[in-house]
Design a protein around this ligand. Structure first.
Ligand SMILES: *Cc1c(COP(=O)(O)O)cnc(C)c1O
Length: 407
């Protein structure tokens, strides 16, 4: 991925902070080094798949399913075409559809809620916890109605939701749990991996996820032997063989090519996760040293978690996020907002009847959140440049505020 600088951004840069002209751009994410480090292996595996000419499902997919099941400590894993499809198929397999409600977070990627609608059910949002950005578990019970059939916690940015209260509610009200673990492969809650913290766990292999393929891909995990046949069937038109269709399924098969590449990458996932965790820890130290923790609130690892940092997101306090983002971009430093508009305020969900102000924490998070470059191969020099530039921006804007206040 390259970072192109717009004319407006160039002018802003000239008008504001003078970064040393020799500094090269810091991309938000760069997938090239990861490929470069394993290109011979990847190309050999691609060649093998082409030689065999078996492109859909097959041995590579079965192999990946076994390895993902082992990695997640799950009894079964079922490959499919995307994380979005994994969520839809999981809901369908659990019998959730028309007239049913599924409780989830308004602060997530769109597919969390759209999958519920695609399954024919209705998403019911509850606010988030401001510290973890995950579902506010205190708010869930109030949202339960006689139509509620499931809870879909999202392990946002790679950190597991607080699952214990969710287990209790699921038990008390007879609800299913579908984990949106699309950002959270390898993350843990009380020593258990994402993917086995509910009835079905859903993963994405979108190229920018921690385990990213060479295109779209997804996986479902479950411990339930009664569910596995249905999950498998629903990804192939509900077919049980001999063109006998038991359910109205989808075309959501995983490609052999994807599976073959993902199997190679899975072997390095723990190493990459460690690099992401190291980046996160180092950002924290650098921001502390530069004295900007009054403006930049660090992500907090919750108790009993393994956070895999699919994104490293800080909160920019005092309404400074857009200013900070614009200044970083003017200095050719990539950054991103996940997510600028909470799901309950999206146009396509207007009919659900939510209002601005209804979920203040999700709305505040949308205004404050900022993701910084933290991919596993991020060069130390690039991270240093992000940190020093951010420090400069924060100190300058603090100084400007003081002048304004004094005037
Ligand atoms: C990426 C993502 C998805 C969707 O995965 P795709 O493979 O892109 O369909 C769903 N939920 C969350 C939280 C995600 O980050």
């Amino acid at each position: 991925m390259t970072f192109t600088l717009s004319l407006a951004a160039t002018e802003e840069r000239a008008a504001t902070i003078r970064a040393p002209q020799t500094d090269r751009p810091v991309p938000f994410i760069d997938l090239v080094p990861q490929f470069r480090a394993m290109s011979a292996e990847v190309m050999a595996t691609v060649e093998k798949v082409f030689t065999e000419q078996k492109f859909i499902l097959g041995d590579e997919v079965v192999g990946l399913e076994d390895e993902i099941a082992t990695y997640c400590d799950a009894r079964f894993a079922i490959g499919c075409n995307s994380g979005t499809d994994a969520l839809i198929i999981a809901l369908q397999a659990l019998g959730i559809g028309e007239g049913d409600e599924v409780i989830t977070s308004p602060f997530s990627f769109f597919a969390t809620a759209s999958s519920i609608c695609r399954a024919g059910a209705t998403p019911v949002f509850v606010d988030i916890d401001p510290e973890s950005f995950n579902l506010d578990v205190q708010a869930i019970e109030e949202a339960i109605t006689p139509h509620t059939k499931a809870i879909m916690p999202v392990h946002l940015f790679g950190q597991c939701c607080d699952m214990e209260p969710i287990f209790r509610l699921a038990q008390k009200y007879g609800l299913k749990i579908v984990e949106d673990a699309c950002q959270a492969i390898g993350s843990e809650y009380q020593g258990r991996r994402a993917g086995v913290l509910g009835n079905v766990g859903c993963f994405s292999f979108f190229p920018t996820k921690n385990l990213g393929g060479a295109g779209d891909g997804g996986m479902m995990t479950t411990d339930d032997p009664e569910l596995v046949g249905k999950l498998r069937r629903l990804r192939v038109h509900g077919d049980v063989g001999q063109y006998e269709h038991l359910d109205l399924g989808m075309n959501s098969r995983l490609d052999s090519l994807q599976a073959a590449v993902l199997r190679l990458k899975l072997r390095r996932l723990d190493e990459w996760t460690a690099a992401r965790q190291h980046n996160a820890q180092r950002y924290g130290e650098l921001f502390r040293q530069s004295g900007i923790l009054d403006t930049i609130k660090l992500p907090k690892i919750q108790p009993e978690r393994r956070h895999v940092f699919n994104q490293y997101c800080v909160r920019v306090l005092n309404g400074q996020r857009d200013h900070v983002m614009q200044q970083l971009k003017a200095n050719q430093i990539g950054c991103a907002v996940y997510y600028p508009k909470p799901l309950h305020l999206q146009t396509c969900f207007k009919h659900l009847g939510y209002r601005p102000g209804q979920f203040p924490e999700a709305e505040a998070a949308s205004r404050d959140i900022l993701a910084l470059p933290s991919y596993p191969e991020l060069p130390v020099a690039d991270q240093d440049r992000v940190a020093s530039c951010l420090a400069q921006i924060c100190h300058q804007s603090r100084a400007e505020q003081q002048i304004r206040r004094a005037a």
